[in-house]
Ligand binder design. Structure first.
Ligand SMILES: [Zn+2]
Ligand SMILES: [Zn+2]
Length: 204
């Protein structure tokens, strides 16, 4: 495995800046991989791992970088729970570890570097140095990754009877004999609505 410094350099480049969240995310992912005994997540072990993240913040980018689990590979699963937590699943051995950032790590950072004025700088520094047990809680958990959720799964594709858009991975609902996309079947869950306001003229 690459060193913390090397990974932080990569994380900074990928994320656009170095921040406390990057440090925490890199450390969290390294701990998860270590507990699972996964040493080469980008090479020999690249098909072994699925990672669930519970927040979409800075740390999430770092976790993706270190584990090689990406949304586009279906190996990164997002559960929008607003928690600084992630679960690392070893598909080969059927075991998983969930790791949560400890609430008191901010206070530890403050006590460790009272001379540093900026909180984020305190944290960036301290999160590199604190022990795993001071930064995280960890717990072995069971996660059953459904066959249809696995990376590489080739799901069925249907065309929605109402909007005509195609839907992958079985994300459709059968209603009154019709196959509908989720947007048509459950319009109340749509994140968008048509915007019929007149368009300003396009700039040339
Ligand atoms: Zn950041
Ligand atoms: Zn539809």
């Amino acid at each position: 495995m690459e060193s913390l410094d090397e990974l932080l350099r990569k994380a900074e480049a990928a994320h656009g800046h170095l921040c406390a969240g990057q440090v925490l995310g890199v450390r969290m992912a390294l701990l998860g991989l270590d507990r699972l005994g996964i040493a080469d997540p980008h090479g020999a072990d690249r098909k072994r791992l699925v990672t669930y993240v519970e927040i979409d913040r800075c740390a999430t980018d770092a976790i993706g970088l270190v584990t090689g689990c990406r949304l586009g590979k279906r190996a990164l699963k997002f559960r929008d729970w607003g928690k600084m937590a992630a679960t690392f699943v070893d598909l080969a051995l059927g075991r998983a570890i969930r790791i949560v950032a400890r609430e008191d790590s901010r206070e530890r950072a403050r006590r460790m570097y009272p001379e540093i004025e900026s909180e984020s700088r305190q944290q960036m520094r301290a999160y590199r140095e604190l022990a795993d047990a001071e930064l995280f809680e960890e717990q072995w958990v069971r996660v059953s990754v459904d066959a249809a959720e696995m990376p590489g799964h080739r799901g069925e594709r249907v065309v929605c009877a109402r909007c005509g858009e195609s839907v992958n991975f079985g994300r459709f609902i059968e209603a009154k004999g019709e196959l509908l996309c989720l947007s048509c079947a459950r319009p109340e869950l749509r994140y968008w609505e048509p915007d019929d306001r007149p368009r300003p003229p396009r700039r040339q």
